[in-house]
Design a protein around this ligand. Structure first.
Ligand code: IMP
Ligand code: MG
Length: 173
């Protein structure tokens, strides 16, 4: 049976927010370059749209971790599947995530990346579900704070489906 997806945040609102976030980056990093690191696979849609609007020089790298199975519950275990291709020592790094939920994924990544001595380090996330946080960590920049609902689209999946939806949606019961 086909699931019905309701729109939580429209495509236009997402695009506008990404432009605002890029403007902030352009101001904060004026005269520098940024090395953006995407967490596969969820962050790539957000990361590409953001990168297109960044006007300082941009380089990109990717990591892959897993913390969820093919369902909507976190196992609580974060495992590194793909490490970065390049060193981040001395670079101005922005870690890009689709969503911060419990915060376990980001706190694991922050721990291993900060040990690699970047010149600066920030976390940017399109969505934040602060109600579900289990670690003491906040993103430096957030697109939208959302309630505790399972969302899809703009890179976010449900059992690997719906990443390509251009809006943030919720699966309706
Ligand atoms: P955390 O480690 O609990 O913060 O979870 C982060 C990861 O869980 C995200 O990068 C997503 O891949 C996934 N996730 C958390 N909430 C959602 C959701 O509402 N929809 C889809 N994926 C989610
Ligand atoms: Mg993710």
């Amino acid at each position: 049976m086909a699931e019905k997806i309701g729109v939580l945040i429209s495509e236009d609102k997402v695009a506008e927010k990404i432009r605002e976030m890029a403007d902030t980056i352009n101001k904060d990093y004026a005269g520098k370059s940024v090395h953006i690191i995407g967490v596969l696979k969820g962050s790539i849609f957000f990361m590409c749209e953001l990168a297109k609007k960044i006007e300082v020089p941009v380089t990109m790298d990717f990591m892959s971790v897993t913390s969820y199975g093919n369902d909507t519950k976190s196992s609580g275990v974060v495992r590194l599947i793909k490490d970065l291709d390049e060193s981040i020592e001395g670079r101005d790094v922005i870690l890009v995530e689709d969503i911060m939920d419990s915060g376990r994924t980001l706190s694991y990544l922050v721990k291993i990346l900060k040990e690699r001595k970047p010149a600066s380090f920030r976390i940017i996330t399109l969505l934040d579900k602060p109600d579900r946080r289990v670690v003491d960590l906040e993103p430096d920049m957030t697109g939208f704070v959302i309630p505790d609902r399972f969302v899809v689209g703009c890179g976010l999946d449900c059992a690997q489906k719906y990443r390509n939806l251009p809006y943030i949606g919720v699966i309706e019961e």
